[in-house]
Write a protein that binds this ligand. Structure first.
Ligand code: SAM
Length: 213
């Protein structure tokens, strides 16, 4: 079994993600995807829920997903939504995108920067493949405010959480990682989508590369 596979988590996550569709998470997926357009990269496709939320402005999807069980879980949705636009799913990781520089118009990270090995490298790769002026849509659960009960819960479960949740880290400061990679996060809001520690709170919105001075 390959390192990213996590078959039990993949099955469980697919059920949870489906169940969340009718609530704030589903609504946030639609809102997050609204700024995507043109040739769009989906990083960490998972079971493919985001395909249900893409606006008509998305002309083509390239997705990377290193987990074979997740690619299998997405197969039905990919087949269905390929009727609307071409979709290619690659067995690849965010840290080493098999895409040319400035070759995509927009990028979606949904609940994936928590799971990649190296968020800084993943975001540098995103900046490389994004065309100038392109949008990065993000919907990520992040580190809670210091001193809060949620932060205490995150600290308590941090050592075991990645083994329970397919490599997910529940306490990443993803806004800071976006800023470090050169993205302006002023259009990314702090929200609570599911009030379930440790995978709360969240950041939702669109980041764009800061232009060079
Ligand atoms: C919690 S799931 C989220 C899936 C989907 N984006 C969603 O919103 O439902 C995290 C996904 O990231 C994938 N993943 C893990 N490490 C990755 C990496 N280095 N590069 C790309 N995807 C990765 C996992 O296989 C998994 O499918």
């Amino acid at each position: 079994m390959a390192r990213h596979d996590h078959p039990v988590f993949s099955r469980l996550y697919g059920l949870i993600a489906r169940a969340e569709e009718g609530g704030p998470v589903g609504e946030a997926r639609t809102r997050t995807a609204a700024t995507l357009s043109g040739r769009t990269l989906i990083v960490g496709l998972g079971p493919g829920l985001d395909l249900e939320h893409l606006p008509d402005a998305v002309s083509e999807v390239v997705a990377v997903e290193p987990s074979a069980p997740m690619r299998a879980a997405a197969r039905g949705r990919v087949a269905h939504f390929e009727r609307h636009r071409p979709i290619v799913v690659l067995d690849a990781v965010a840290e080493d995108l098999p895409l040319a520089d400035a070759s995509v118009d927009s990028i979606l990270f949904a609940y994936v920067l928590c799971s990649v090995d190296d968020p800084d490298l993943a975001l540098r790769e995103a900046a490389r493949v994004l065309r100038p002026g392109g949008a990065v849509a993000v919907m990520e659960h992040v580190r809670a405010t210091e001193g809060s009960w949620t932060r205490r819960a995150q600290r308590a479960v941090a050592p075991i959480w990645p083994r329970m949740a397919g490599g997910c880290r529940c306490d990443r400061d993803t806004r800071a990682a976006l800023e470090r990679a050169g993205f302006d996060t002023s259009q990314v809001s702090d929200e609570v989508l599911v009030n379930v520690p440790p995978v709360s709170p969240a950041i939702v919105g669109t980041a764009r590369l800061r232009s060079l001075p």
